[in-house]
Design a protein around this ligand. Structure first.
Ligand code: C5P
Length: 234
């Protein structure tokens, strides 16, 4: 898979999501869709099947984190749903990530891509030290978790666009960086703190950008999506 724009469909129902995706019919390119916890917990696996049936690639963003055996079995279920990318928390340990990969791998040897969340971007240095008792600088922790993900055989990490270059430098150019926190130069930043434009994300080597509100809340979502594709992929 090459560089692509992943549209975060952060809606609370199947009806709203499909109505949104209907607007993209007729476009030469089918948007890669991210389904997060809200939509998945509201609609269950049927939402994945519906969107897949319409020909979209799917990043199922459920961020698994449990004992290795449970994650392995859950990943086997997600793999049968035929999604394209799944994820988990690297904090679950290398053993958990290895078990996840095993669960995800189908009998014919194929599997969805598996990427790890290193540290959530909502966790700051103070929370890292006071809540998690991790007394290391955040960027060292992020790189350590990325290396653990690589050692476990994963395909990449979700990270801030500002970390993508460093992740590639320490884990190799082929290790995928999937980066949210993307905004147009003339757009609203909203609650995202560290943002980049699609063009900047391309320059620093992000493999996939995850874009939500700049597309979903735009007056013309299709035009906003096409602008992302132009700036990031072309
Ligand atoms: O609307 P916006 O473009 O901010 O949406 C970004 C998407 O990426 C949301 O679905 C959000 O949950 C997700 N995300 C993020 N930061 C992370 C991980 C995921 O914004 N570190």
């Amino acid at each position: 898979m090459g560089k692509d724009v992943i549209v975060a469909c952060d809606f609370d129902s199947m009806e709203k999501t499909l109505a949104f995706l209907d607007r993209f019919q007729g476009l030469g390119r089918k948007p890669f869709v991210k389904i997060g916890m809200e939509l998945y917990y509201a609609e269950g696996p049927q939402i994945v099947r519906e969107i897949k049936k319409r020909g979209h690639k799917i990043f199922l963003d459920l961020k698994l984190h449990d004992i290795p055996n449970t994650v392995k079995k859950a990943m086997a279920v997600l793999s049968r749903l035929d999604v394209d990318i799944c994820n988990l928390h690297a904090a679950g340990t290398v053993r958990m990530m290895e078990a996840a990969l095993e669960g995800l791998t189908r009998p014919d040897g194929t599997r969805p891509l598996l990427i790890a969340v290193t540290q959530l971007t909502s966790t700051d240095q103070a929370a890292l030290e006071q809540d998690l008792w991790i007394e290391r600088p955040m960027d060292e922790v992020v790189m350590h978790y990325a290396k653990n993900a690589k050692a476990a055989g994963l395909d990449g990490v979700v990270c801030s666009p500002l970390e993508a270059e460093k992740v590639h430098a320490s884990c190799g150019a082929a290790f995928l960086t999937v980066t949210p926190g993307v905004r147009f130069a003339d757009g609203d930043v909203g609650d995202q703190k560290r943002v980049m434009t699609p063009a900047e994300a391309k320059k620093i080597g992000s493999d996939y950008i995850v874009v939500g509100r700049p597309i979903t809340a735009a007056e013309d979502p299709v035009a906003a999506y096409e602008r992302c594709v132009r700036e990031f992929c072309d």
